[in-house]
Design a protein around this ligand. Sequence first.
Ligand code: GLY
Length: 360
Amino acid sequence: MTTMRITVDVAAPYDVVIGRGVLDDVDAWLPDTAARRAAVVTTAPVEEHHAAAVTAGLRAAGLDVHVRQVPDGEAAKSLDVLGQLYDWLAAIPLARTDLVVGLGGGAVTDLAGFVAATWHRGVPVLQVPTTVLAQVDAAVGGKTGINLAAGKNLVGAFHQPLAVVADTATLDTLPARELRAGMAEVIKCGFIRDPRILDRIERDPAAALDPAGEVLPDLIHRAVAVKAQIVAADTHEHGERALLNYGHTLGHALETLTGYARYRHGEAVGIGMRFAALVSEWSGVADAGLHDRTTAILADVGLPTVCDPVDSDEVFAVMARDKKVRDGLRLVLCERPGVARVAALDRAVLERALARVRHP
Ligand code: GLY
């Protein structure tokens, strides 16, 4: 299987390297750096499977390597864990030219990126994502951050990585639920920019979920290409980058209201995309059919399409705190697969769509 490279053309361009086994050559993908030490942030299960290869590669690049485990999932993205990491970096000590490495899923790459963005006012970070979600979304594009009780990613910074090394073999050991959840971000890229993604999944959903096959790496490559293009055009989200939040406004609200414990991020985003598709149709932005196609493709990859009962006032209160909501209720809508835009909406249409995606 070939190794694919996509350059994210931001102020300091960097490569996303995608392929089977690329994690065994981390030193080959690490750009020239003055770093002498590397601080690897990871979780227990990821350390067990992948840390040996990554630390060997970093040592081969001449680095003194330190590894630290953080809790699995969104629990890692807290002020407490962040404070513990700062103490650890101080003890190493990690200098301004040294390297932070995020090895794990999206929560780890978000946290490691934020630690790197803020330690000594910014040190380099190498992202080594080990989930579909992190490979196509969290580790690419430089958004980093942690959560507060009041909402997801409320504290954060833009901090682009030195490189992203996405080894599709790491997906072999990923729990099926995580793999499916990551597909929500892939599907999102299909609806907002590259509809061939949707065609490929619909043609053979089982192949789309098989890390050992050819289809999933191709889908990851296509989704990263979408993200790289959008991030290069609007790095700091003054416009077009907001499209990457398709499905996320309701998705983040569901995650926040359930303490980040009920839904995987991609599951909540999937329900959010169904909600956004309904709103797109009902507000006249999309033709009929978008909602049915959305529901079918989510079901094809085993993602939920309805959420548990939620109080709509609470949902709207959280959505109103969302960073993407400006001047009233705005949502990313899909005109047709491949074309999306942000629109201002009446609460009534959102209420009606929420009632439809929520269990009675
Ligand atoms: N995850 C959305 C973005 O990176 O903009």
